[in-house]
Structures are given as structure tokens and as C-alpha cells.
Design a protein. Structure first.
Length: 107
């Protein structure tokens, strides 16, 4: 599974609204993921950072682990979008559907 990385990861701390923290927990359970970090990594993998437009709202800080390449990619997009890494992560998490897409039936 792409969300479980064997490469080194490092803590990444960012602020989130309480509602989004609740969504992370709901996503973790509905997708049978082990940690909030796995939800965040999945959101990063699936989000279109090129097409995003960051906004600002009140938030709270959490800490998760992401692989070094994801961290570098987030920092690069933060610079090009004139946004914080946390803003980009909020957008990615908000865009992550509650349930994974259905896989096509084989027949």
C-alpha cells in the first residue's frame, strides 16, 4: 500500500480546526488506517496541489510523520502557492473522500 512507507519519516506539526481532526479520525476508522499520519500521507498523495487555492481559518496544532520526499514536495508547493504547509495539508485532508473509491469488479 502506498500510504505505508518504509523510508524515513519525520514529524510534521501543523494546526487544524477541531472538525478536521475529527474527520481525520473518522477517515482513519472508515479506511481501516492505523494512524492519523497514514490519513495525512494518503491525502498528500491524492490531492491536486497545482490547482489548489489556500484559505485561512482558526486551527489547532497536531503532529504526524511524513516521508522526506512528501515533506520536500509540501515545502516546495508552500513556496510556490505563498501558503503554509499546514494550509496545504488542510486542503488535502478536506478533499480526501470519507470512503475509498470502489475498485472495479473483475469478471
Amino acid at each position: 500500500m502506498a500510504t505505508r512507507s518504509t523510508k524515513k519519516s519525520a514529524p510534521l506539526t501543523f494546526d487544524l480546526p477541531l472538525e478536521l481532526i475529527a474527520k481525520i479520525e473518522a477517515l482513519r476508522k472508515s479506511r481501516a488506517l492505523g494512524t492519523a499520519s497514514e490519513v495525512v500521507r494518503l491525502a498528500i498523495e491524492q490531492f491536486d496541489f497545482d490547482g489548489c487555492s489556500p484559505s485561512h481559518e482558526p486551527h489547532r496544532q497536531i503532529s504526524v510523520r511524513v516521508a522526506a520526499p512528501q515533506r520536500a514536495m509540501l515545502k516546495r508547493y508552500a513556496r510556490t502557492k505563498d501558503a503554509s504547509v499546514g494550509e496545504l495539508l488542510r486542503l488535502a485532508l478536506e478533499a480526501l473522500p470519507a470512503k475509498p473509491p470502489r475498485s472495479p469488479k473483475r469478471g
